[in-house]
Write a protein that binds this ligand. Sequence first.
Ligand SMILES: [Zn+2]
Length: 215
Amino acid sequence: MKPTVEYIQTYFDAFNRQFFGGQLPPLPVKLSHAKGFLGKVTFVRKRQGWFGGYRNEDFVLRINVRIDLPEELVQDTILHEMIHYAIAVRQLRDTSTHGRLFRAEMARINAEGHRHITISHRLNEEQQAQARVHKQRVVAVVRFADGKTGVKVVPKQEKHIRYWNRMAPRRFPIESIDWYLSDDPYFAQFPSSIAMKIFIINKPEDIPQGIPYSL
Ligand SMILES: [Zn+2]
C-alpha cells in the first residue's frame, strides 16, 4: 500500500493513544517521493534567549510513498518516526540517532503492541525484493510485421497507456499490441516510460504471462 496523509494522521492518533498516552501534539504530515529513507521527522533547534538552551520546534513528519509496501511495514515506519518525535518534542537528547532512549521505546512498543519496529530507515534486501515483486506493471507485448516480438513497460495511468498505444504504430511497423498487467519481477529490467522505445526479446517464450488488460 501507499499511505495517504489521512491514513498517516489516523494511525498517528491511534498509536499516540495506544503507546504515548495521547501526549504527542499533532504535527504536519507530508508525503515524500525521495529515495533512501522510509520516514523522517525534521525539526529546527532554536536558541532560547541569551543563557537558555535550545528548543526543538517546527516538527514535520515525512513518510515515503515511492514504493508500495506491506501495510504492516508502513505502520511500523509511522511508529519508528513517532519515537524520534516523542524524544525530540520532550526536548530530550538521545545518546545517538537510535541511542538508548530510542531503543528503550522501540523495545517497549514492540513488546506491548506486537510490532516489528527496527532501527533502520531503509528496507532490508528481503523487503526490497518483496516491494519489487508486488509492483504491478502495465506491459505492452508488441508483435512486429517482420515476426519479431518486443516489450514495453508504460506507467500505470490510462492516459499514458492510450497515448503509447496510439503513437507506437505510427513509429514502428507493428502487427499487434497486447496489453497485460503483471507483477512479475521479469519486467523490472525494462524502464517504465512513455518513450517510443521497444525492447526486442530474442526468446519471446520467456515473457511471463500477465493478466490481459483491455483499453
Ligand atoms: Zn530512525
